[in-house]
Design a protein around this ligand. Structure first.
Ligand code: ZN
Length: 182
């Protein structure tokens, strides 16, 4: 990456999933400067990984790229490919309770309270601005993925009871990360 926040020569094939507790998931991301072919290559690879691991959303830091962008497919159809670059949530309303998972926390699902609706502005794959009003699952995905862009994770949204019941799984991920480092 260069200083203006652009990805230089992304080697899409080498991108892999970044899992908890990798510190790259904790850094707030920088805005995308220009939506160019490097960004589109990155986006294509993110969709590949997201569908391969059966996710409905994936954010830049989850592939080790600290840029404000995420991809989503609330219907999990390969032709439903939603791209959100430099997203900005402009309105939130209501509330919903539901199960939430994260590809950076494999095998963990927990109840998380989110807003029922979310309106956001972002750039699409061609760098064109758009605004979308989302409800239900898509609103949940948008809140989960924008959390990622601010370095906020599922574990931060867990209540103390959920944290306790997932303690073994979290410890396992921490141990796996330590083993991979050494
Ligand atoms: Zn996630």
């Amino acid at each position: 990456m260069s200083d203006d926040g652009q990805v230089v020569g992304v080697d899409g094939d080498r991108l892999t999933l970044v899992k908890y507790p990798d510190p790259r998931l904790r850094s707030p991301c920088r805005p995308v400067g220009k939506v160019d072919d490097d960004i589109r290559t990155l986006i294509d690879r993110m969709f590949e990984l997201m569908f391969a691991f059966r996710g409905v959303g994936l954010a830049g830091p989850q592939v080790g790229v600290s840029l404000r962008l995420f991809v989503a497919s609330p219907t999990f159809h390969t032709d439903d490919r939603q791209v959100y670059i430099n997203p900005d949530i402009v309105a939130l309303d209501g509330s919903q309770d539901g199960e939430e998972g994260c590809l950076s926390f494999p095998d963990i699902a927990c109840r998380v309270r989110r807003y029922q609706t979310a309106t956001l502005r972002a750039l699409d794959r061609d760098g064109e601005p758009f605004e979308r009003a989302a409800d239900g699952l898509l609103a949940r995905i948008i809140q989960h993925e924008t959390d990622h862009l601010d370095g906020r994770l599922l574990v931060d949204r867990m209540g103390s009871l959920a944290k306790l019941s997932h303690r073994a799984a979290l410890k396992e991920l921490e141990a796996a990360y330590e083993t991979a480092r050494h």
